[in-house]
Design a protein around this ligand. Sequence first.
Ligand SMILES: Cc1cc2nc3c(=O)[nH]c(=O)nc-3n(C[C@H](O)[C@H](O)[C@H](O)COP(=O)(O)OP(=O)(O)OC[C@H]3O[C@@H](n4cnc5c(N)ncnc54)[C@H](O)[C@@H]3O)c2cc1C
Length: 502
Amino acid sequence: MNVVWFKRDLRIEDHEALLEASRRGPVLPLYILEPGLWKQPDVSQRHWVFLNDCLHELNASLKDLGQPLIIKRGGAVEVLEELYQRHTIKALWSHQETWNAWTYERDKAVKQWCRTKHVPWHEPSQNGVIRRLRDRDGWAGRWYGQMKKPVLDSPVALQSIQETSDTLPSAAELGLPVDALGSLQEGGRREGLKLLQGFLSERGEAYTKEMSTPVTAFESCSRLSAHLAFGTISVREAFQASEWRSQEIKRMPRGMKGKWPSALRSFSGRLRWHCHFIQKLEDEPRIEFENMHPAYDGLRDSGFNEIFFEAWKAGKTGYPMVDACMRALSATGWLNFRMRAMLMSFSSYHLWLHWRQPALHLAKLFTDYEPGIHYSQVQMQSGTTGINAIRIYNPIKQGIDQDPEGTFIRQWIPELCDMDQSFIHTPWLAKSQMADYPMPVVDEKTARKAAAGKIYGLRKNNTSHKAVAQEIVNKHGSRKSGLPRAAGRKARKDNKQEELPL
Ligand SMILES: Cc1cc2nc3c(=O)[nH]c(=O)nc-3n(C[C@H](O)[C@H](O)[C@H](O)COP(=O)(O)OP(=O)(O)OC[C@H]3O[C@@H](n4cnc5c(N)ncnc54)[C@H](O)[C@@H]3O)c2cc1C
């Protein structure tokens, strides 16, 4: 038999590993529940809850094909060895995975096991991330090539194999701390498809305008991130659905198109970013732990302020927009891009905290935690890539711009519920109305200026900064070439915002 190891690809459609294995005979569809993974500092109960939904549906789909999902508890090598003792394994199939350092090491151990047992391991790619990439030139063109390939059908049927499945442990059995969850997104492919369809047909029209403010973003963004992270939907499926919708909009008379053309262009561009950022971690796994640009080593390494960190985590910094965002994220597992960037920027600049601990905290809160995107973005918003413009978000300005009425703030900070409208973004100026909401942990302007001084000072005084930054751009930077013409114009604009050799 062939073993198909499901990892971050919890679907049966557009699943090359499953389809190819099924063409070669009986298939054992396997999910390995690895207790070691669930002990890592970047996973949490909400990931577990979402995963359970996904596995439940995946099992039902596989059952319909004739062979349910086999769940095994244990280390991957241990589980494979146990199966090997009882079955003749022709080959192991799984999609390439770019995840955290733990899964990277585990894959190396599995590779070694496969070598020893002479079991070939086939790992097709499931997105636009390229293994052993030599050169970033032409990457975008290759990404388009991958996205344009036909979406694969699920196998028609699977032969049944005699094998028992373990039961899924509870979150408590895995030792996962109880999560203060309010309303978490539902997992599973059915829900993912519903989101995709709803976004492309209705919700997404004002996406470009409404994605930045948390007042509208929860509804106007696609909300597909957790599904893409767990693979209930492939990036290619999302891309092709968006392309199909673009064609439909193109055929409409001029006055009927509304804001769709821009919304779909932005969405499709972000699907490319999804892979673009994961590619960085694939090419340089150390960025999970270390600054992308070494000039920043030591910058924030001493004097980690635990009091600031606790205030930030609890949504009690005294800055309403920061606190509302943190509380909303803790309760729902999601936040829009700009507000994620503001949270990270506040932690790294105003509070001057090294990015690693805050990154782990956010990883646990984001249901869609995707290490490749996460660590690249964390470093970008902390100024340690050396190739991005420094962006220090002023949380008061963000509040005024993105939540002028204070609707979002009042929703998540009940202490400010009765605050006068004029002081909702600066409650410390109306102390009598503050209830038990805290005073600011730092003075915004002073902290921002101090951070800017340190980071610009470092760039200015480090003579090799520019040369090293150029090397980083060569390795990781997005390129213009290789894109179709329409996408190329937009990408050029994106590149300007995204990666600049300084
Ligand atoms: C500090 C920080 C950490 C982040 N960590 C993660 C993470 O762990 N997982 C994650 O999926 N996204 C992460 N993002 C990127 C982004 O915020 C989310 O992808 C987005 O908010 C998800 O919502 P959505 O699915 O509605 O996105 P949409 O706006 O509808 O976009 C569609 C898809 O495009 C991709 N995408 C969107 N924006 C980006 C981006 N800036 N970079 C890369 N891909 C993008 C996502 O896969 C997303 O699902 C992070 C951003 C920041 C600033």
